[in-house]
Design a protein around this ligand. Structure first.
Ligand code: SAM
Length: 250
């Protein structure tokens, strides 16, 4: 059962209000504000607040996540972001030819074992939280490589041109909650492009993106050689699946 972001019955009116706010932001072609992003996430993470006891939880702060994971280790295995999309359907987006898959901001999601069940790709897990990485090491032993580090500095952590697939479920959402969200998002995509092989993909599972957020991702993509496709198969009314392909260098 997903305690983290799954159940939202009873909060329909909040969702309607947030959806309207989100649409207004898109219609005016303004970037979704960090305030709106926080509200969207907070609505579906009431249980996170209950756990952390912190209604001002800063989703964009690595220190915040570390203290969250430290607070209730027993419940860690229950966490799963965007549980309205099944892990099996997401695993179908990992290319069959991929020999490596880097999961950034992986948290304690069970996606790694779902991918491992159907793919031979080498899986690398990366999160900024030392507590989370310790948990993953004890869960997976040596069968998966675990890196504790900042995803905005990927080129310092992972070999260039070494990954066929990068999987991000919830990490960019967390960045969107910060006031200066464009800076870490741009750094993330620059690093992602440098560690992806040509033809490799960045698979993003996030809240539905506003028109201007897509424009921003496209403009960074143009600079760093990532070609975005949004609202791919499996997206639903709340969750968007976006795929950026690393272009061949001329
Ligand atoms: C919203 S949770 C998503 C967790 C998991 N991917 C899932 O789908 O359930 C965001 C995760 O990103 C991690 N994170 C936040 N900022 C990060 C950064 N700069 N670099 C690496 N990981 C980060 C957090 O520790 C947390 O585990």
């Amino acid at each position: 059962m997903s305690v983290f972001f799954g159940s939202h019955q009873g909060f329909g009116w909040i969702f309607m209000w947030l959806t309207a706010a989100f649409k207004r932001s898109a219609a005016w072609n303004l970037p979704i504000s960090s305030h709106d992003a926080r509200a969207m996430i907070r609505t579906s993470t009431l249980s996170l607040e209950a756990w952390s006891g912190d209604s001002n939880f800063d989703y964009s702060s690595t220190a915040g996540w570390e203290s969250y994971y430290t607070k209730d280790q027993i419940k860690i295995p229950l966490t799963e972001w965007h549980s309205s999309v099944t892990l099996e359907s997401l695993a179908n987006h990992v290319p069959a030819w991929a020999s490596s898959c880097l999961m950034i901001g992986c948290g304690t999601s069970h996606f790694p074992e779902v991918v491992r069940a159907g793919h031979t790709a080498k899986i690398v897990l990366l999160d900024s939280s030392p507590t989370c990485i310790r948990e993953l090491k004890s869960r997976y032993g040596c069968s998966m490589c675990c890196i504790c580090g900042d995803a905005t500095r990927l080129s310092e952590l992972v070999e260039p041109d070494s990954m066929d697939c990068i999987f991000d479920k919830g990490l960019m959402d967390a960045f969107f909650c910060g006031d200066g969200w464009t800076t870490p998002t741009e750094a993330l995509l620059k690093g992602a492009s440098s560690v992806l092989r040509e033809g490799g993909i960045y698979l993003l599972v996030s809240y539905r993106l506003s028109a201007s957020s897509k424009e921003f991702l496209e403009s960074v993509g143009n600079q760093v050689g990532l070609d975005w496709k949004f609202d791919c198969t499996g997206s639903n009314e709340r969750v968007g699946i976006s795929i950026a392909t690393k272009l061949n260098r001329l």
